[in-house]
Design a protein around this ligand. Structure first.
Ligand SMILES: O=CCCC(=O)O
Length: 481
């Protein structure tokens, strides 16, 4: 892999400020062509324990620093990430598959969490409380929760780390990160830049490995860890939550979604199609907030489908480092097999296959952008998160009914509403039982706003002032006479 700064390419775990080999290694491959990128430490539960020990030892000194001191160090980390963004994007594309322009966007998005939380930690105020007793003085202070463990996914190998680690570090916590087995290189590169930025040893630790269960058990059950934060599927999230219960850890969970995308007959069709493309085909549909069910009003159904078909047919698919590519491979063959199965199930159940519908010859992890119409709510393609480049369209005629259908899922992460009628837009946005609702856009994620889900889509929020609050305990202080 050719990089301007070859120091970013690390293959060992970053624990207690040093690079450490593990007993075994694991292969990291380019999902676009299967080429070996390197052999990375295949860390164990014991390595995770060592990292927790380091984070525990580093905590007193890091939390003692003033917010301004922590902010200065985090700002240096941010600067280094921005300066190295070209290399970081290249590493990300090679190990994850998304087009280079998207990877560059993710690096800057990821860096923005570090900058923003570095600024925000200076404004974490307590309160003085009007007393209930003249002989007493009441106040609150906010203190870092302690050691934080993070398990992060392969779909955003950079930003899902910084979205967790930045507020934790800014708050005065120390962190242990277990990145996805498929995408450890981005995490290790972040570790290298944190080191260069001067984060003290043990403050941030990265343990890579294929033993997700073993490492996960340490990160969810070690009594020295105060808070656990996870992005991944609802099924895995539930298991991890159960493990966290044994030591009553604080938890943040960013879990699965089943996002409805509702196009009313008063929507601007070009805006709706552009938004749909943005939310559906970013990262080949492998995004927790990707549109999963597209509901289009009967009166505009054919027009919307035709425009969507044209846009989808124009997508350029290939290796993410090639110029002009809009969509890369899926992460692994298992993901391809799964979306293929969902498409076949939908067609067998009566859906119409408009375009796509099968793997592409580019390589074993490519799946064609696929448009299905005539989908119904009971098909697997509508009840399960497809996490792939599949646009599954249904029709509706009535506002109340489409809200009911959109809400009829155990998930509640993100939803999309397309309408030019401000009263309707307000009504529907408020009625949707989701943590995030975007109106007339398919792009809404930002550092400054709370990201997270309702129902089985998760607990807590990342980003914004809410994201900072996740890493503090509020202490009530009562002073008697
Ligand atoms: O898939 C999870 C994160 C997506 C985003 O931050 O927009």
């Amino acid at each position: 892999m050719k990089l301007a700064n070859p120091d970013l390419l690390k293959f060992q775990n970053y624990i207690d400020g040093t690079w450490r080999a593990a007993a075994r290694t694991m292969a990291v491959c380019d999902p676009a062509n299967g080429e070996l990128l390197g052999n990375v430490a295949d860390g164990s539960a014991a390595d995770a324990e060592t990292a927790v020990t380091a984070a525990t030892a580093a905590l007193p000194e890091w939390r003692r620093r003033t917010a301004a001191e922590r902010a200065a160090t985090l700002k240096r980390w941010y600067q280094l990430i921005v300066e190295n963004s070209g290399d970081l994007a290249r590493i990300l594309t090679l190990e994850q598959g998304k087009p280079l322009a998207e990877a560059q966007g993710e690096i800057l998005y990821g860096a923005s969490f570090i900058e923003w939380f570095a600024e925000e930690c200076r404004r974490v105020y307590g309160q003085t409380i009007p007393t209930h007793n003249p002989a007493m003085r009441l106040s609150t202070i906010r203190q870092p929760v302690g050691v934080v463990s993070c398990i992060t996914p392969w779909n955003f190998p950079n930003a899902m780390i910084t979205r967790k680690a930045a507020p934790a570090l800014a708050a005065g916590c120390t962190v242990v990160i277990k990145p996805a087995q498929e995408t450890p290189l981005s995490a290790l590169a972040l570790g290298q830049l944190a080191h260069e930025a001067g984060l003290p040893k043990g403050t941030i630790n990265v343990v890579t490995g294929s033993d997700a269960a073993g490492i996960g058990r340490v990160l969810t059950q070690d009594p020295r860890v105060a808070k656990f934060t996870f992005t991944g599927s609802t099924a895995v999230g539930k298991l991890l939550m159960a493990q966290c219960a044994s030591t009553v850890k604080k938890m943040s969970m960013e879990l699965g979604g089943n996002a409805p995308f509702i196009v009313f007959d008063d929507a601007d069709m070009d805006t709706a199609v552009k938004a749909c493309m943005a939310t559906k085909f970013r990262n080949a549909g492998q995004v927790c907030v990707a549109t999963n069910r597209i509901y289009v009003h009967q009166a505009v159904h054919d027009e919307f489908v035709e425009k969507l078909r044209t846009e989808m047919a124009a997508l350029k698919i290939g290796h993410g480092t090639e110029a002009g590519i809009n969509m890369g491979p899926m992460i692994f063959r298992r993901a391809v097999e799964r979306v293929w199965e969902l498409v076949q199930d939908a067609v067998a159940s009566g859906a119409n296959l408009e375009i796509g519908g099968e793997p592409l010859p580019n390589g074993e992890n490519y799946f064609a952008p696929t448009l299905l119409t005539g989908v119904s709510d009971d098909m697997r393609i509508a009840t399960e998160e497809n996490f792939g480049p599949i646009a599954a369209v249904q029709q509706f005629t009535d506002e109340t009914d489409v809200i009911r259908r959109a809400n009829a899922t155990p998930y509640g992460l993100a939803a999309y509403v397309m309408s030019e009628n401000i009263r309707r837009a307000n009504r529907v946005v408020e009625a949707l039982e989701y943590g995030m609702v975007a109106c007339n856009t398919g792009v809404f994620s930002t550092t400054v706003a709370p990201f997270g889900g309702n129902k089985e889509s998760g607990l807590g929020r990342e980003g914004g002032v809410e994201g900072m609050a996740e890493f503090y305990e509020t202490k009530y202080c009562c002073f008697g006479t």
